[in-house]
Design a protein around this ligand. Sequence first.
Ligand SMILES: [Zn+2]
Length: 416
Amino acid sequence: MPALNSNLRINGDRLWDSLMEMAKIGPGIAGGNNRQTLTDEDAEGRALFQKWCEASGCTMGLDQMGNMFATRPGSDPEALPVYVGSHLDTQPTGGKYDGILGVLGGLEIIKTLNDLNIKTKHPIVVTNWTNEEGTRYAPPMLASGVFGGVHTQEWAYDRVDADGKRFGDELVRIGWRGDEKVGERKMHAFFELHIEQGPILEAENKDIGVVTHGQGLSWTEITIIGKDSHTGSTPMHMRKNAGLAMARILENVDEIALSHAPHAVGAAGHIDVYPNSRNFIPGKVIFTVDLRSPELAVIDDMEQRLRSGAKKICDDMGLEVSFEKVGGFDPVTFNEKCVSSIRNAAERMGYSHMNIISGAGHDACWINGVAPSAMVMCPCVDGLSHNEAEDISKEWAVAGADVLMHAVIETAEILT
Ligand SMILES: [Zn+2]
């Protein structure tokens, strides 16, 4: 296999133009995008992507979840393809790069190989995974989850949006349900380029994040029952203040997460207080504690300490407490060989890099269960994402796609 030349680079202007062109479909109201899954705009974005892939000599495959697979053949018909991609769907007030960079970065690899007449032994397949965002149809990463065997297709089809429309029906309506059985494709490897959606790379002034792990997540919903009473006329010693118990528990969540620094995190983003009135002491609170870590043992420990700590706080205050685990997934360790190929690519091309843990879920997290996978991250301004103001520099996008290309074609075994 010839050595990879450090001068081999993608065409940055062309990649950037394709990002701007795709962003014209489903524009948001503040400079970003609203191209939610299985909408007419999603269909339009898919059609544009297909047109570009076919113009680059690829053949398009489509499975029964609407996942798209654009194939550039390899020299060996027996060799399993190397897959690369992400998602074209956006949040309702989403940005131009979250997901899209990973798909169009993959397509830019094909265009560059075509320009230079470079062949690989393994085919390369650029993928658009359906409904990564999960806003219209929960949960996120729905179609890659079906591909990875995490969900059944029937269950996915039965998800409904806020208007009661079924996922399966909407997929047919927009014309993007294929015949191919989901998850039948075998992969040599899978690579995903994504913006960080966090502030670390920018703060550390690094071009590239080499993603070694994906955070595991645990959601525990806690209900505390006290007694509603007047804030003015109830003596302090006679109060059963569920809000105060929650405050103490959240203080504890902070301490628990910090005890597993630097990677563990914990907080409550969802809080309902009853009756939620200015002059009433809350008699009931329901809130969800979100705990994350790249290590399963740490998540287990945090969950257990959360429950025992909350129980003690409520017992001491004479309050009832109950717990329900309402969500979660295990941490992901990405494939060592794929991760190394990303790190070596950054090194070879002179891009600054650091190891990073993905704090958010991504399609690669599910695909890693069925094929060796890894992720490249590039910085985004102020760590902002899921927001129309989401922004990256062209240089960051180019660095990410360059590194992605080297990792992909090294794994696909470059021939000429
Ligand atoms: Zn994304």
